[in-house]
Ligand binder design. Structure first.
Ligand code: BYC
Length: 315
């Protein structure tokens, strides 16, 4: 006898509660599928758009070693995007449609990539803070209830750890350098600190998806708790290299054993997410242009594959 929807939902939640992974061919509620497609495709777009602010510095890296490392990092981000688009496809998402949604401005990607990388120190700040925040958010996603997403995250996190260290090392060297270099590192920290805190998303009170996503074990730790972990880990790193975090309200709280930090400018966040950040238009235009200009490569590759298939059939 066919099971009722209530029965299926109950069994699904029992599997989640028992920490049994959900795999692509398993039954799942439509809303679970929709939430995952939303989150995973946004995540994929973030990886791909995230290549732009860093790619901006490949030709201007200060030496060959820095250039090779940055090139490898940016290539890693492309790989992350591809694993994630594949993970979204296992849920029935159409890759081309998903990418078209990014290009039409319909799909979201992380707010952080709408800020410009003005100096070489910004490459250090992005690696240290942005990849640092990404790891904080993505390590718990390795335990996400959906198998393909969780498994993709394991590799992504290993690579992000290397990225975070390369960023911190750039900042450390600049902070130990000439007064001008140290000032450049401090300026980058000043500009990237608050946007990095915004990466974790709205406060728990305002996060509309968190409660359901936590119940389904897609998300394991809340936006605010992850943000707090990030502050607690990063502030001593800044102190260690002699830089100061641009927050006059930042203070260690003996009682909670956490840093208390100042108010985030949520108007700025909403404005950037709505498409009005300093670089939103530039980012989407660059992605659209890449698709149009790369069209001939995809067409040639598809024609070549077709030709080989026909030749194989004929022989
Ligand atoms: N930017 O209910 P909420 C990386 C949206 S790292 C833009 O809390 P959820 C990289 C949210 O989508 C960055 N939008 O949502 C690192 C939702 O809108 P919709 C990518 C944001 O999903 C280094 C609304 O606000 N990482 O790629 O439960 C180099 C309400 O939020 C943001 C990931 O994507 C934001 N910062 O929680 C290169 C990790 N925050 O969809 C690349 C996976 C929130 O209803 N994603 N919104 O229109 C997640 O963990 C979760 O999706 C979030 C948000 C924590 C980001």
């Amino acid at each position: 006898m066919e099971k009722s929807l209530e029965q299926k939902l109950e069994e699904f939640q029992q599997k989640i509660d028992a920490e049994i992974r959900i795999e692509p061919t398993d039954w799942m509620p439509d809303e679970y599928r929709k939430t995952l497609i939303r989150q995973i495709s946004q995540h994929a777009h973030s990886e791909i758009v995230g290549m732009l602010p860093e790619g901006n510095w490949i030709t201007r890296a200060p030496n060959l070693r820095r250039k090779a490392v940055l090139l490898a990092k940016v290539q890693d981000e492309a790989g992350h995007g591809l694993y994630l688009y594949s993970a979204a496809e296992t849920l029935g998402a159409d890759r081309e449609e998903t990418i078209d949604d990014l290009h039409s401005g319909k799909a979201k990607y992380s707010s952080i990539f709408n800020y410009p990388t003005l100096t070489w120190a910004d490459i250090g700040a992005v690696g240290w803070l942005v990849d640092g925040a990404a790891i904080m958010n993505q390590v718990p996603l390795c335990r996400c209830s959906y198998g393909p997403y969780a498994r993709a995250m394991v590799r992504v996190c290993k690579e992000e750890s290397f990225h975070q260290r390369q960023g911190f090392e750039i900042m450390m060297r600049l902070a130990q350098g000439t007064p001008e270099q140290k000032a450049m590192a401090q300026d980058a920290l000043n500009r990237w600190w608050w946007p990095a805190l915004m990466m974790f998303g709205p406060t728990d009170k305002d996060s509309k998806h968190s409660a359901q996503s936590m119940n389904w074990k897609i998300k394991r730790i809340s936006n605010d708790d992850l943000r707090q972990q990030f502050v607690d880990i990063t502030v001593p790193q800044a102190e260690m290299i002699g830089l100061s975090v641009p927050d006059k309200d930042l203070v260690w709280n003996e009682e909670t054993q956490h840093y208390s930090y100042g108010e985030i400018n949520w108007d700025e966040f909403m404005n950037v997410v709505a498409g009005n950040g300093p670089c939103n238009k530039e980012r989407v235009t660059a992605r659209r242009k890449a698709k149009e200009e790369g069209m001939w490569v995809r067409e040639a590759a598809a024609a070549f594959a077709e030709k080989r298939k026909s030749a194989k059939k004929a022989s």
